[in-house]
Ligand binder design. Sequence first.
Ligand code: TRP
Length: 344
Amino acid sequence: MAKFVERVFSGVQPTGNLHLGNYLGAITKFVALQETHDCIYCVVDLHAITVAQPPAVLKSNIREVTAAFIASGIDPRKHIVFNQSQVAEHAELAWVFNCVARIGWLNRMTQFKEKAGKDRENASLGLYAYPTLMAADILVYRATHVPVGEDQKQHLELSRDIAQKFNNDFSDSIASNGFGDAFFPLPEPLIQGPATRVMSLRDGSKKMSKSDPSDYSRLNLSDDADAIAQKVRKAKTDPDALPSEIAGLAGRPEADNLVGIYAALNDGSKEDVLREFGGANFSNFKSALVDLAVEKLGPIGAEMKRIQGDIAYIDAVLKDGSDRARVLAAQTMTSVKDILGFVR
Ligand code: TRP
């Protein structure tokens, strides 16, 4: 297959309560990739409205995610930070992909089943089509690498299937328009690290989630030092001391989760953590975890607050990023129209 220029794309939904799971599972990776790649980071507001959002809340959440990106170390001048709805080409390419993807493929998406719940008849059509919009987000920039949490793996595979089917279905037209043997790259997920799946602090078998009714279940990026300390101290554990080896975490989901969080915040592995804390009781380990979490997350929360105080700045970042993204997206759409046989 043709060689594509490496480019990173990822998106975060502006649906409130950005937490440690979003940070460790995605945002820290976004930050690191800036060193090696051209990156595009998108606040996916079109995805957010697949479930009803009060307009004033949505607007504030879009700005909050933007502030979190910047506070975490994403540089909106070197890379692109913008919100999806300002670049109409995402929705335009999503329509094309709705005609490429098969209903059978979408029917297999486990996230739809979870989110739609029992009352599937009453879910929005947008919630069902969500993964084709996600494929469009990535492929409208012909991005090659996508840092995401574990839960998005299936959607990424669908994006690859869509790219592949488009390349096959239109192979003659792709070649005659001068694009060789493939127009879209097959985007690769980047999923690694000790805590790509951060679990609830109250129940180690459930994912940390913005929609958990208990705020004690998660560390929010906006939490201050006191809140972080309280939540870590109250986190569920078991009566045993920490093991010295990974095998000793089996069947101990809460211990496993806290060790994974410590490892990720400390940029190390779970093995490192157990080497240091094996044999320690939880109250000692939790004290160390509080210190580490406050050291790493405290400054981000404070910086987020500061940035959120300057709405004009946030909106200017989004506008500038959208203007730059639109140029790239428009080029792709022009080529897609030629490939499909649209008159322009
Ligand atoms: N579905 C992703 C999530 O909920 C968000 C998202 C939308 C995304 N478009 C994307 C992630 C494109 C990566 C690439 O986390």
